[in-house]
Design a protein around this ligand. Sequence first.
Ligand code: COA
Length: 373
Amino acid sequence: MKQVVISGTGLYTPSQSISNDELVVAFNAFVSDYNESNKAQIAAGTVEALAESNSAFIEKASGIKSRYVIDKAGILDPKRMAPSIAERSNDEPSVQCDMAVAAAKEALAQAGKTVADVDMVIVACSNLQRGYPAMAVEVQTALGIDGFAYDMNVACSSATFGIQSAVNAIQAGSARCVLMVNPEICTGHLNFRDRDSHFIFGDACTAVILEDIEQASSDSQFKILDTKLQTVFSNNIRNNAGFLNRCDESGLAKPDKLFVQNGRKVFKEVCPMVAAQISAQLDKLAIPTENLTRMWLHQANLSMNKLISKRVLGREASIEESPVILDRYANTSSAGSIIAFHLYKDDIKAGQLGVVCSFGAGYSIGSVVLEKC
Ligand code: COA
């Protein structure tokens, strides 16, 4: 069986960012407009007044302090509260394609590869900006890669599921070197008028190069010792946007066509499942938890990550053992655990072990155990 390695990673971070304070000012302006416009109905008890958001709550409940976004002005406009992203002609590169190309170039450079070495492209993310042609085929062509490409969506777990697909393809001989990219424009599906979730997401794109160890030449290689995937159906994180929406006009523009979650239930149900999956995987590989140097966890909520790492390690994890990027990136869906890996892998020494783990809608959980070469 071929030994597959991750030989390069890349990250595209948008240039604009929004602090909690800025987001809350915009949200509260919207609330005050709404309550003023509905003053009579609120007084009559037929409409419920909206409550204000606040920065201290956001940081305490989630650990998020700010987020990078594709378009700040549209999100912070209380009359709009959505990013302004102009439609592009079919002859121009798509927004997700541009993000993917930027992250891919860094990953290729780190892996010491050119596009001629790559023969498979996976675009794996929560939201694809169109039905077809596949974003991955556009990315493949923009980079000048021969071979084949396809899209996949497993919500926040898309990247770890994409890694397993790449490993399978390399081991089966259908690809030699895979580019797996995660262009996440999470602000495009976030309801900025919803107090419970308006602070959750940010935008970013990650890229990973995977190949047979025999042909890898990068200074920074991680052997993939094992991948484990799990899915269990749940409606607690759901987005009903889709191509059938126009077939029932009564549902158009309703809040369920954006991200909706029951955050408390997600927290309670997903944390034990994730910890159990990682622990079972380490057991199977006969890796004692004290031999685990790092956990690059999905970045949705700081308390969730603290709970998961504590369950796995049997004690609190240090910031070095379970690095945090959600404070400045917020939840970037499938990109989150890969951003953590990309930014916090260079100090890992040969022979040291770590696990990249993502979790989210589906429910879906993916964990990838790595050993530094
Ligand atoms: N500002 C101020 N107060 C707020 C608020 C806001 N923006 N949003 C909610 N609140 C209030 C609620 O009304 C509630 O008030 P009450 O106690 O008087 O009823 C209180 O704060 C607690 O709300 P709750 O929703 O229970 O907060 P929480 O501690 O569960 O934190 C999340 C909310 C979403 C941050 C948290 O549940 C979470 O992160 N869950 C997992 C999310 C996740 O990983 N999702 C995966 C997506 S891929």
